[in-house]
Design a protein around this ligand. Sequence first.
Ligand code: FPP
Length: 237
Amino acid sequence: MAEQQKLPNHIAIILDGNGRWAKRRGMPRSYGHIVGTDVLEKMCNTIADMGVRYLTVYAFSTENWKRAEEEVRTLMNLFRKYLVRIEKSAHKRHMRVRIIGDKAGLPQDIQDRIAVLEDVTRAYDRMDFQIALNYGGRDEIARAVNSLVADARAGKLPEGPVTEEMIAERLDTGGIPDPDLMIRTGGEKRISNFLLWQLAYTEFYFTDVAWPDFDRAELDRAIDYYNHRDRRFGNAK
Ligand code: FPP
């Protein structure tokens, strides 16, 4: 008898393996990102339709600027198009979309598009979708600490020690519960500076499947894995 699967409240995904997937097919790395974008669109809809409340994906790290100019340009162009394309699905699914990461370091037109997308989806509360762009976990923590220091200098902090809550609420994910399940595709077993603070108690599912090959069956395997973990810590329900 099929047992009832418990859905993670928040799934985080490191979208890895696009480049190698393309190379294996004799194609440029950028082709992997193009197919990866289509897969992201499809999986985001699938995950929303399953009823998962929060989804966070790692699309571009603070380190990724070091990649070849052509690859960075392709990725930025994909983000430009995706941030427009996603709006229809966000309205349909009542999905709030936010970008986490250092937005100020992105091209101005992308920042403008982000502002519009975040604004028009602000009131939606069926699902929250976070896309990490120009994101680094250490950078995020440093920015949170700087915001605390600025508040302290302005005399806006309460007396007493800085608490975990005071740090958490200043992270880009402030107000969003920590992930229950983190999936990394593409075979590497690292967290690569992704959600360093937020993944403290998260279950990790690593798969060799490259992101462009990720599908519902692999997602089900990840959720099945999550269901067989003994959730003793964190926000287990
Ligand atoms: C890692 O694969 C992936 C990235 C650096 C980019 C992730 C981006 C996408 C899936 C596409 C677009 C996303 C959005 C939000 C539109 P890799 O190239 O490092 O793969 P490799 O490890 O095989 O080299």
